[in-house]
Design a protein around this ligand. Sequence first.
Ligand SMILES: [Ca+2]
Ligand SMILES: [Ca+2]
Length: 439
Amino acid sequence: MKRAGWLTIGLLVLVILRTSSGAQPVQVGEKISYHLDTGWLKAPAGTEARKVYETVIHVEGAYSMRLYFEEAHLSAGSWIEVRSLYDNEVQRLDPDQLALWRNRTAFFNGNALLLTVYCAPESQARVVIRKIWIDKGGPSESDFNPADCNACGSTCGSCSQRQPACRPWTGHCEDAYGNCQQWSARLVPLICTASVISRASCIISAGHCLETPGDPLDYVIQFNVPPSLPNCAIQHPPVVDQFPPVAQVYAGSLGLDWAVIVPGPNSAGQLPYERYGQLRRPVPYDDVQSGQPVAVYGYGKWGEPNSRCRNHTLQYDTGTVAGSMNDRWLSLNDMEISPANSGSGVLRLTDQRIIGVVALCGGGSFHTSYWEFVRARRMLCPTPGDVNEDGVVDDADLLLVLFAFGQECPLFCIEDQNDDGVVDDADLLIVLFHFGAEY
Ligand SMILES: [Ca+2]
Ligand SMILES: [Ca+2]
């Protein structure tokens, strides 16, 4: 009896550990020290900017790299150019771009970057690097034992339900190229998944994805993710498919797990929706029912020995809603969730709307209708009058306000558009004033 008792306790502890830990974002690569100081560079008089400095930053064994500028003194009309010698991708960072990218670059493939400084006539420049990010591949072989792929508690009972999102797997790594479903983004280097939810390119994910110690904005939002290398090392899309985050609100503890992110423009000055024209709307009200069919698209880990190029590429699985545990959490059936699927939108197939964001191993997801999550979206990505968040202000929104007219909402309700605790004329006016607006 005693023995059985201990066993039961052991199992309980295991279950608690599994359900209380996040769906494990995967940290790839590492920051290493690297010393480079161009000293003060000066351009001669003239009419055009001149190349005043050039060097190759090479790290043996790296599969991809990112530069961090400790200091970057550039005057207007000057810029830094970073070029991958592996695939020739280029990022040009002038003072405005450097501010947007917070003195760091996009992610580049390969082990060598050509760094060039162009200086406006009769101006000075200086660039200092003290650290760079590199990825030497891995994790280790043992991390990729296929028998471990349920370690995160997938509810499907097997390891290979997921399929590449864009074309069926035929055994070729090109099948893993994620150039479809461009509302689903990869966050790097703490790998997670995120979804574009509005024309303003508002993005949602899980809160624990942003809990990077030190700097919660130290990541990049990527689309059109290419296959990983056959040894499973991730590869990055072109610079133009990478976006820096500029603002965010998130909660990742005390039983909460949601994030709202505002991206900055890519190198062509576009936001994700402008570039790809794809989004999936969240639902702000809890009409989630058991049995509803859902899909999860995401960049989870993949360790099958003969298809490691699918690691952290865009794949999907389908399943159903198992049920809502409360106003915060919903559970999924028959859904393969792997580390780095964290933050994936739970896409309800009947209306293609996001009812939750994947937060836990086993598929536990955080409701998009939880009031703090809705309020955070309104705060960061306002869509006044669009009560049901379907992207247009119309009769449906008007009816929602009319049906709730007079209701008091001390905490929060979606119909209380001005957030003053009561649904009244003022909220009706907000809907009427924005009637016909599209977001
Ligand atoms: Ca609406
Ligand atoms: Ca109100």
